[in-house]
Design a protein around this ligand. Structure first.
Ligand code: ASP
Ligand code: MG
Length: 492
């Protein structure tokens, strides 16, 4: 499609006249990078898909690129930007990765797939050789390059399902999802996307493997939805098609009460609310879920299940809106933030506030036990770096708010922020318990914040591991023992 306004008008007109009734697709399954990159996970995928009655209602599978491929493509885009002539090496690595993989999953690689991948690879080489000649490369070019990962993986997965007798077609999401032109982090044009998606699925009542992460602008350019954006692709389709559920198949045991690498007793949560999950993602949980997906699913009240492709017996963590069903608490930790103090009455310049919100940076006021006339905040280290690099020189010093900003002083960067998340808990009571527990080991709380669904507190890094284990015991074993029970437990 050409970049003319007329085209947009025609496109809008064509798609907005017809209003298709939303078709109910039973479920949308999203498979992440590691879930589409091994023979074991693909065999498990087969089991999973065979559990559905595909004759009844169509199933949509959204896939990420093979593990590590998007990072290679990002490197490729960087190489092209720097006019690095050895960029072809990166393409070779990407190509070998896919070739090696298809030979592990197929005894004989289907001809259609062979041809499809070859065409895609040629397209990538051609695009790269054109882009390297371009004077300046921007985010529009970046999106073209990084979109190739999902184009490769979705073809492979569709071919694999076909080979195993399951009727799925490959679908390029650029023919379904329409965005604006904020390349590398495009915003959805919901009206157009709804028309295009509903009309497509009204006409095609079969099952599809759809490329995650990539979309198309109203002008026809390739766009992407931000790193980890395949979750969002699944969510967008679910929202538009009124899916019953979205399941994210990944390589971990859902959302856990703590990072299992740090706390061996950590266990999986059965249920968690969307707002709790969002809080955990922001405050350091490892299970990354694209933040806009969380909001969208919550808005449409579509349950979101996080399961493990490598252990189908695990029932998963269910993310829902109803807080009554979510009583377990979970711990998360953020280790790259600092305590920053400002003159009292912090008044940040608007553009900075906009950046903080847009980039979802950790930035909030805390209560400390200090008694002075400063205000104390927790600020993510990447936010501090961003401000230093982008704002110090560009904002007029005369601005009162800037002088306040200049008063900022990083007073401690050797800290960790631990957060207990649960909407239903009594925050004040819980905070007292935490203080008591940490006190018994002389672990000092440097500051804290109570939020509607969580409590965050700041500790010195040296106390981190010990505190986490002690707190995990406290938050997961919530039973308050009566005197009789205490006596009994002590064997008196
Ligand atoms: N492949 C893209 C990325 O690595 C999108 C995704 O995996 O969700 O960010
Ligand atoms: Mg990926």
């Amino acid at each position: 499609m050409e970049n003319t306004l007329d085209n947009i008008k025609v496109f809008r007109a064509k798609h907005s006249i017809r209003h298709y009734k939303a078709i109910r697709v039973m479920e949308i399954l999203k498979f992440g990078g590691s879930s589409v990159s091994s023979k074991v996970s693909l065999e498990n995928m087969l089991q999973i898909v065979r559990g559905y009655n595909l004759e009844g209602e169509p199933l949509i599978i959204v896939v990420s690129a093979l593990k590590g491929v998007t990072n290679h493509l990002v490197n490729l885009a960087e190489a092209l930007k720097k006019k690095d002539k050895s960029y072809n090496k990166t393409i070779n690595i990407i190509s070998e990765k896919h070739q090696e993989f298809i030979h592990t999953i197929f005894d004989e690689v289907p001809l259609k797939l062979k041809k499809g991948l070859k065409k895609q690879e040629e397209n990538l080489r051609e695009t790269a050789s054109t882009l390297i000649k371009k004077e300046i490369l921007g985010s529009k070019d970046y999106d073209i390059i990084v979109s190739f990962g999902e184009l490769f993986s979705a073809q492979i997965i569709a071919a694999f399902l076909n080979k195993n007798g399951l009727d799925f077609s490959f679908k390029d999401a650029r023919e379904l999802i329409i965005t604006d032109t904020s390349f590398s982090n495009a915003k959805i044009d919901w009206d157009l996307t709804t028309s295009v998606v509903t009309s497509f699925f009204a006409r095609n009542k079969s099952s599809y493997v759809v490329t995650g992460f990539i979309a198309r602008s109203i002008y026809g350019d390739t766009t992407t939805l931000g790193r980890g954006g395949s979750d969002y692709t699944a969510t967008i389709l679910a929202a538009v098609l009124k899916a019953k559920k979205v399941t994210k198949w990944t390589d971990v045991y859902g959302i856990m009460t703590a990072d299992p690498n740090k706390v061996i007793e950590a266990c999986s949560l059965e249920n968690i609310t969307f707002s709790e999950l969002k809080n955990m993602s922001k405050f350091g949980s490892n299970v990354l879920v694209h933040p806009e997906s969380i909001d969208e699913l919550s808005k449409h009240n579509i349950p979101f299940l996080i399961r493990n492709t490598f252990d189908c017996n695990f029932k998963g963590t269910q993310v829902i809106n109803k807080e009554d069903d979510c009583s377990q608490k979970a711990l998360s930790a953020h280790q790259s933030c600092s305590i920053v103090s400002f003159n009292k009455g912090l008044d940040l310049p608007r553009i900075m506030i906009k950046e903080i919100i847009d980039k979802n940076y950790l930035f909030f006021r805390i209560k400390t036990f200090k008694n002075d006339d400063r205000s104390y905040y927790i600020v993510a280290n990447d936010c501090i770096t961003f401000f230093k690099e982008n704002f110090s020189a560009s904002i007029p010093e005369t601005s009162a708010s800037f002088s306040n900003f200049k008063s900022a002083e990083v007073i401690d960067d050797n800290i960790v922020l631990i957060t207990v998340t649960n909407q239903k808990m009594n925050k004040k009571e819980q905070l007292e318990k935490i203080k008591k527990i940490l006190n018994t080991d002389e672990i000092k709380i440097l500051g804290y914040r109570l939020f509607f669904n969580s409590i965050s507190f700041i500790l010195d890094k040296k106390d981190f591991k010990k505190a986490l284990i002690m707190l995990h015991g406290e938050v997961t074993n919530d039973k308050v023992l009566s005197v009789e029970e205490l006596v009994e437990e002590a064997g008196l």
